[in-house]
Ligand binder design. Structure first.
Ligand SMILES: Cc1cc2nc3c(=O)[nH]c(=O)nc-3n(C[C@H](O)[C@H](O)[C@H](O)COP(=O)(O)OP(=O)(O)OC[C@H]3O[C@@H](n4cnc5c(N)ncnc54)[C@H](O)[C@@H]3O)c2cc1C
Length: 449
């Protein structure tokens, strides 16, 4: 890593980082490791950005990300900053997801060795499956060639188009297309490099204790390097060399980096909203033994569903990502119980005439309960103890994002001249971490230094 300074005595230049999400913390770690004095400011009470949790009836509801792609970028961050990546307790789920269809078909999606499942579902698609798999796995990711290939494949259409070119079976198409939803992108328009084989070739992991624990480890690393973390403080204005806090305090620095993307009037074409129904259950630890940590409750036609979302409407039978958090992490639920969430793709708030969540949320929750009970968790209603709905409007309220988007934090602060983090093409948490790496590697030095 080539960075401009290597002072460890506190005499290095001073950087202010606005935002203690994964992106801001990764910037702060890299600068701190290179001898910069770092001050991180966040308006939330704890670091982690969207990776925060709330507690209800003894259940821990993780409001943000649960799966991390490109885990090597995170490990590299720790190693290059002189920290042990083993503190992260990352686990590779196997299977990644279990798909359940209404007609009783079940498939376990794994990063390797899916041929038998393909033969069982649609033998005629095996050739296309292998072609798609090999094509996605062989394509370069990094460097100029990777950039060029991604640009070229994107110009030919999104994930769904690439998948549909190779596969005729609806179930296989659903399996190959679903990963972008996890990072808040619509597979119709998302970068084809986010399709299943391309995404899984770089690894997909969860963390014991949730990704909130990873964010806490990053915050600890920043502080161990001498950085100053100031939580519960809002920045209202900034320039290249200073920030103004909501209470009127002014902080000076050699560089100001905002760990969020600039607010924009329009949401990106590939952006989705996410609706999450968090719920806790009692006396279920021994129930539903074939429901693992991650289940996809699949609907009839994924492309039609995603088109409905792209037109600004909530689909009637969306794909549901049902996560049983307490299976990987027993601290997430009281003894004998479970903690789940059901996540579905919905329109973001940038659509004209989009859903009015005050009325829509309850109705969608009832539809999800009915489908989940019928397809995967019989008797669920009897076991419910706690629940919480998290709509795109809640995302906007809690994280200040303009369109309630799940990815790419926003901040509406006055002023110009400060640097903005640009998330990498991986999307989600991995995109925030790789965007931080790119920013720090290309950091222009302040003229006076
Ligand atoms: C329900 C949900 C599920 C998701 N699931 C996944 C998943 O499984 N995998 C995945 O990779 N991604 C997932 N994502 C997306 C992922 O959470 C985000 O892409 C990622 O956390 C963004 O990190 P960030 O650092 O860019 O932004 P953020 O986490 O939003 O951090 C920005 C920080 O800046 C602070 N801030 C902003 N403005 C100011 C200001 N003026 N003053 C002070 N502080 C300010 C905010 O408080 C916030 O803490 C999910 C998102 C949601 C909502």
């Amino acid at each position: 890593m080539t960075l401009p300074f290597s002072a460890s005595d506190g005499s290095g230049p001073h950087a202010i980082v606005v935002g203690a999400g994964f992106g801001g913390l990764a910037v702060a770690m890299r600068l701190g490791a290179a001898g910069w004095r770092v001050t991180v400011v966040d308006r939330q009470e704890a670091p982690g950005g969207r990776a925060i949790s709330v507690e209800s009836g003894g259940h821990r509801f993780d409001l943000g990300p649960t799966l991390l792609s490109h885990p090597d970028a995170l490990r590299r961050l720790f190693l290059e900053c002189g920290h042990d990546p083993d503190v992260l307790a990352l686990v590779a789920p196997d299977p990644l997801w279990s798909f359940h269809w209404e007609d009783g078909t079940r498939v376990e999606a794994r990063a390797e060795g899916m041929e038998d499942a393909v033969r069982r579902i649609s033998p005629g698609d095996l050739e296309g499956w292998n072609a798609l798999w090999n094509e996605a796995r062989a394509r370069p990711w990094g460097g100029f060639r990777g950039l060029f290939e991604r640009f070229r494949s994107r110009a030919r259409g999104g994930v769904m188009r690439r998948v549909a070119t190779h596969l005729s079976n609806e179930k296989l198409r659903t399996m190959m297309a679903c990963p972008p939803i996890m990072v808040g992108q619509n597979p119709l328009t998302a970068d084809p490099e986010l399709c299943f084989p391309a995404m899984t070739r770089h690894g997909l992991v969860a963390a014991n204790g949730g990704l909130g624990d990873v964010a806490r480890a990053m915050a600890d690393a920043v502080e161990a390097q001498g950085g100053d973390l100031r939580a519960g403080v809002e920045v209202v204005a900034a320039s290249a060399r200073h920030v103004e806090l909501a209470g009127g305090e002014r902080l000076e620095a050699d560089v100001v980096i905002v760990g969020t993307v600039p607010p924009s009037r329009r949401a990106p074409a590939e952006a989705l909203g996410l609706f999450v129904w968090h719920f806790g259950t009692r006396e279920t630890a021994d129930l539903w033994p074939d429901i693992g940590a991650s289940t996809m409750v699949a609907g009839p036609n994924i492309a039609a569903n995603l088109r409905t979302v792209a037109r600004g409407r909530v689909p009637v039978e969306p794909l549901i990502h049902l996560r049983r958090t307490s299976l990987d992490d027993c601290s997430a639920a009281p003894e004998g119980g479970d903690t789940f969430y059901a996540l579905v793709p919905v329109p973001h708030l940038g659509h004209r005439g989009g859903p009015k969540w005050s009325g829509e949320a309850g109705a969608l929750r009832d539809r999800l309960l009915a489908r989940i009970e019928a397809q995967v968790l019989p008797g669920l209603a009897r076991h419910l103890t706690a629940e919480m709905l998290f709509t795109p409007e809640d995302v906007r309220r809690r994280f200040g994002t303009l369109h309630g988007l799940p990815a790419g934090g926003h901040s509406a602060m006055a002023g110009t001249g400060f640097l903005h983090l640009v998330p990498g093409p991986e999307g989600g948490v991995a995109g925030a971490i790789s965007g931080a790496e790119a920013l720090v590697r290309n950091l222009p030095l302040p003229a006076a230094l």
